[in-house]
Design a binder for this molecule. Structure first.
Ligand SMILES: NC(=O)c1ccc[n+]([C@@H]2O[C@H](COP(=O)([O-])OP(=O)(O)OC[C@H]3O[C@@H](n4cnc5c(N)ncnc54)[C@H](O)[C@@H]3O)[C@@H](O)[C@H]2O)c1
Length: 449
């Protein structure tokens, strides 16, 4: 049962408003670990930098996101929120945001494809001045509208766009003064748009901030991916062979945690530099064809398509478990599996059994981000920095959107460092400062041995 406001209000579409108390308690718990965002919220409440701005956010609807949205609202923004993945919504959090903060939330855990895109439509119908994406679904839709590629829009969005006049469609896109993007996959899509000269407004790549990817992608994904796999399966990692595909920021983090839990970790890569790094970090680097027959658990974190294909699955051991923590459910070839195998049989929540080549293999959470589907996503302490970046990026768009080129930009370095400084301060960690002599030495080129 979903709790939908009347169509005329169209103020929200969530699972059940009665879950709000639980959502409030859990959001307050997360806030305890988000001191940097809390400080920003207090400043936003005083200065109201987002006053009068309509903001559409397409993010995982988690307790951490709730704290971000509340900070944006404190800054004066009128926020509409939809999910950036059909499985990542925490329904109690959605209820809390609607009931206690009057946020227009459109997100239900497990929503089907049509509902997912109807919620994207609702966020676009908010007529945003600023969009905030995790995977570029909002910006992607806005660009299909701008380029009049309506056939490339999902049906719920396309049908709505077809009701708008050409002038109205133009105004919808032109009304966006800038956007922010949370994740690697989204940034890659946006950079491709900028390269093709089609980007319609400036975008701040939050993922490119050091205080984002060094911590969120590595420690956040590392821990929460392991958490999701363990919650879904209750398997023992110690003594098992864990195959990690992709040794980028997320893969590094997960490989580290899998090894810490006693796993025997193999890494697959396509980039010689990353492969070399993995090998020197003490992992065995092998091609997927070699990993397939020996792995007990396979985890993809590449942002690429068809990393594990049917030919690999055929070679796997009976009982092999496959999970993905990259942004989209494209890293494991599920379409190929559907054609080649029998199944699925649901053996427990988030675990599907497939029968292939006389063996059973198990796919977790339909190949969707396991950390958000089966666990709660990243710990609040890392999202504190990621979302401090998001809040500052939104402020940056308001203050500088007009002067920024239609390109993908980073948050200014001084803001990135300021987030690190505030985080250290909150953790009670002090660091040294340069002495005048050190400053001079580092700035000079004429001092030798
Ligand atoms: N689960 C989460 O909560 C979460 C959090 C942050 C990012 N992400 C997503 O995870 C993915 C990875 O992000 P990242 O920041 O680590 O990116 P990254 O670019 O740092 O790393 C990706 C790595 O995958 C490798 N790769 C690409 N194709 C491959 C293939 N076929 N086989 C093996 N390796 C391959 C690349 O060489 C690269 O080293 C992205 O989709 C990103 O959006 C997920």
């Amino acid at each position: 049962m979903s709790d939908t406001a009347t169509a005329s209000q169209a103020a929200h579409d969530i699972k059940d408003i009665r879950l709000a108390d639980e959502g409030r308690r859990r959001t307050e718990w997360a806030e305890r670990s988000m001191p940097v965002l809390r400080q920003l919220k207090e400043r936003f409440a005083r200065e109201r930098p987002l006053s009068g701005k309509r903001l559409a956010a397409c993010l995982h609807v988690t307790t951490e996101t709730a704290n971000l949205v509340v900070a944006l609202k404190a800054g004066g923004a009128d926020v509409a929120l939809c999910a950036s993945n059909p499985l990542s919504t925490q329904d109690d959090v959605a209820a809390h945001l609607v009931r206690d903060h009057g946020i227009k939330v459109f997100a239900i855990k497990g929503e089907d494809h049509a509902t997912y895109y109807d919620h994207i439509r609702a966020a676009l119908a908010h007529r945003p001045d600023i969009t905030m994406d995790d995977g570029a679904d909002l910006v992607g839709a806005l660009h299909m509208i701008a380029l009049n590629r309506l056939d490339d829009l999902a049906p719920p969005v396309r049908k709505w766009v077809e009701t708008l006049s050409p002038a109205d469609r133009k105004a919808l896109v032109a009304g966006v003064s800038g956007s922010t993007e949370e994740t690697t996959t989204g940034v890659i899509r946006l950079k491709a748009m900028a390269k093709d000269g089609v980007l319609q407004f400036p975008v701040i790549a939050v993922n490119d901030s050091l205080t984002k990817h060094l911590f969120d992608n590595r420690y956040g994904t590392g821990q929460s991916t392991l958490d999701g796999i363990i919650r879904a399966t209750n398997l023992l990692i110690a003594g098992s062979t864990v195959v990690v595909s992709g040794y980028g920021w997320c893969g590094r983090g997960f490989a580290m945690r899998a090894r810490g839990a006693g796993g025997n970790v193999l890494v697959t890569e396509i980039d010689p530099m990353k492969a070399l790094e993995a090998q020197m970090d003490g992992y065995r680097v092998v091609p997927m064809a070699e990993a397939a027959p020996v792995g007990d658990l396979f985890v993809t974190l590449t942002g690429n398509v068809e990393v594990i294909r049917v030919e690999h699955m055929r070679a796997m051991k009976d009982g092999a478990v496959l999970a993905n923590s990259g942004h989209f459910n494209v890293e494991i070839d599920l379409d190929g599996l559907k054609q080649a195998a029998q199944g699925p049989t649901r053996v427990r929540e988030f675990v599907d059994e497939w029968r292939l080549a006389g063996k059973k293999i198990f796919v977790l959470a339909d190949g969707r981000l396991i950390n958000l589907a089966a666990a709660e996503g990243h710990p609040a302490s890392v999202m504190d920095m990621s979302f401090a970046n998001q809040a500052l990026a939104a402020e940056h768009v308001v203050n500088h959107g007009k002067s920024l080129s239609k390109d993908v930009h980073r948050i200014p370095d001084d803001l990135d460092r300021e987030i690190a400084r505030l985080k250290l301060q909150a953790m009670g960690v002090a660091i040294d400062t340069l002495t005048p002599a050190q400053r001079k030495y580092l700035a000079s080129w004429d001092l030798g041995t």
